[in-house]
Design a protein around this ligand. Sequence first.
Ligand SMILES: Nc1ncnc2c1ncn2[C@@H]1O[C@H](COP(=O)(O)OP(=O)(O)O)[C@@H](O)[C@H]1O
Ligand SMILES: [Mg+2]
Length: 238
Amino acid sequence: MVDSVLRVDGIQKSFGGLRAVNDVSFSASRGELLGLIGPNGAGKTTIFNMVSGIYRTDSGQIFFDGTDITNRHPTRIARWGIARTFQVPRTFNNMTLEENIRVALLQVNIVDAEATRQACAVLDEVGLYAKRHQNASELSGGERQLLQFVRAAVTRPRLMMLDEPFAGSSPGAIDCMVERTVALSRSGVTCLVISHDIVSLPRVCERVVVLLDGAVLTQGKLEDVREDPKVIEAYLGE
Ligand SMILES: Nc1ncnc2c1ncn2[C@@H]1O[C@H](COP(=O)(O)OP(=O)(O)O)[C@@H](O)[C@H]1O
Ligand SMILES: [Mg+2]
């Protein structure tokens, strides 16, 4: 598919005897909001770890904008324009919120006064401006989700991958991430969202890939997939 920004082709990953990801293929086009759903242990985070270069892919290929990025170094993949968040938020907890954003901006060579300006602007947009001089350790779980979200977004990625962004977040933080994810997609950024949150997910995703035991169970429009007996059974069996 020519217009796919991300194309995952038959990827596999095993941990010892456990095949965590088994021959998974899907693609996402420019500006698309694609959901990755499935019960715990289905392989969703492992797929993110392979796309972002944190885990080596045993076989299969990952293409970004037509370039094979399989098993490239995570720093290189990030430079290409792929940003992600983590299920358990990763922030620099002994640094202030502003410093957290500045470290992210440094990756895209934004420094000094411009970095301060942009850091203050994004913190203001997500309601964290008043806490800009506090350490990230003082934030709630939801606020740390927001912080890692904006740290990823300020690098101006072309692919944004969000791992359970709504889990443990307050309704306000969820609204903020939903709005900003939709805005990113409207500006042409492809977004991949892992979520169990069946209330928030339809606000961001139209199409989903459903995973079960490391394999794609089905993919399609969220409203169709939800009615699929195979999907209902997979979730009931959890
Ligand atoms: N680093 C690892 N070492 C061993 N097993 C792992 C590792 N990462 C994930 N797994 C296993 O792979 C399977 C898929 O995990 P994961 O991708 O985290 O699932 P999900 O994100 O869908 O809940 C699980 O059985 C998990 O225990
Ligand atoms: Mg996970």
